[in-house]
Design a protein around this ligand. Structure first.
Ligand code: DP6
Length: 368
């Protein structure tokens, strides 16, 4: 039985993808910019089967334990969610027929498959699980379709255009997933995402987990709703300006500017949620507590008496707060965050470089 096992990380946007000009293709109303994560990821296992292609609510076998105590969560998918996974698998299969011949790759016989997925973080936690899920499903399906997986991996690693073509296909499954194929810093404009070369120091992301229950509004619904807010007007232009500022700041390794712009962008996106035609909020009391505590660190000159560089604070469509800091200051941040918020679990991850092939099973599938 042929089996393919991959992982793809989530990513955290400083400039947000919020609002679409083409919902069918997930074409964004504005550019976005993110940092690719590492161990906050989705594992996907694709196994040939004799029956029909289906998604199973089971974890893939023998996963690397990583820093999250080896605890992986199988997402709870609705019928519609499962259908979206199967449709995306088919979308990637259609793409390999076009893309493989151009890159001298041969196709494996296409058979029905069983798809198993698991995340290293709680779904619905404001860590973009759709980003890592669709990136992993895209990469896994493409790799599984290759007659010679080693030849595929070589092209994948050496040819950025090949990888970016699959990022475009992934975008159609879930927009933010197109930023999980490179890293650490990725800019997504119009249809395509590409990594940026920067002198930024190695970064760490702390995620203060305030709520992990189902979200009141999915991010797909939010993309539509934000356009009904009176604050929507001028957003495309504002984001274009912010992107220029952020690109320049990344080019100079200027964390202070990134901190201020990300803070403004986080408030703007959540203000759009709070002021749309059917107002909603992802904020919980704990969110406000964390944000109030962080505010003095963002101000000019940093928090009084603190030697620490201002953190880059942001939130996705969820209640949880991401705090990005230079790895060199991560231990100090870990200590003060744990002291300030003993009631909340705080995940910690580093920057990453995108989707990866997982090590082969020690006991291959189909053997007993
Ligand atoms: C708030 O990529 O989840 O995380 O394309 O409809 O699947 P779909 O939306 P999705 O939106 C992510 C929104 C966000 C901001 C961001 O990651 O840029």
């Amino acid at each position: 039985m042929r089996q393919t096992r991959v992982s793809a990380p989530s990513n955290i946007a400083l400039i947000k993808y919020m609002g679409k000009v083409d919902p069918a293709l997930n074409l964004p109303a504005n550019g976005s910019l993110s940092m690719t994560l590492n161990q906050l990821c989705t594992y996907v296992e694709i196994t040939e089967t004799a029956t029909a292609t289906r998604w199973l609510a089971e974890a893939p076998a023998e996963l690397p334990s990583g820093t999250f105590s080896g605890a992986v969560r199988v997402p709870k998918l609705t019928e519609a969610g499962i259908l979206k996974v199967i449709r995306h698998h088919e979308r990637v299969l259609a793409a390999v027929f076009e893309l493989f011949p151009v890159h001298g790759l041969s196709l494996a016989p296409i058979t029905p498959v069983e798809i198993r997925t698991a995340n290293t973080f709680p779904a619905d936690s404001g860590i973009a699980s759709s980003a890592s899920s669709f990136a992993a499903l895209t990469f896994g399906t493409a790799l599984h379709s290759a007659l010679d997986p080693k030849a595929f991996t070589k092209v994948w690693e050496e040819n950025l255009e090949f990888r970016r073509s699959f990022a475009k296909v992934s975008r159609q499954g879930s927009g933010s997933s197109c930023r999980s194929f490179e890293g650490p810093w990725v800019l997504w404009e119009k249809g395509a995402a590409a990594g940026l070369i920067t002198p930024m120091p190695e970064m760490v992301d702390f995620v203060v987990l305030i709520a992990t229950g189902p979200k009141p509004v999915t991010s797909t619904q939010a993309h539509h709703l934000v356009q009904t807010s009176p604050l929507w007007e001028g957003r495309t232009e504002r984001v274009a300006e912010r992107l220029k500022t952020v690109e320049a700041a990344l080019g100079e390794g200027d964390i202070i500017t990134l901190s201020r712009v990300a803070w403004a962008e986080m408030w703007e996106m959540h203000s759009l949620f709070h002021t749309c035609s059917d107002p909603f909020t992802y904020w919980e009391p704990g969110t406000l507590k964390v944000i109030k505590w962080l505010a003095p660190y963002i101000q000019e000159g940093g928090a009084e008496g603190s030697e620490l560089t201002p953190p880059i604070v942001t939130m996705d469509a969820g209640a949880n707060v991401h705090i990005l800091v230079a790895a060199a200051e991560a231990t100090k941040w870990q200590t003060i965050l744990n002291k300030a918020f003993p009631e909340f679990e705080i995940l910690q991850d580093t920057q990453g470089t995108g989707a990866k092939v997982l090590p082969a099973l020690t006991k291959p599938v189909g053997t007993s």
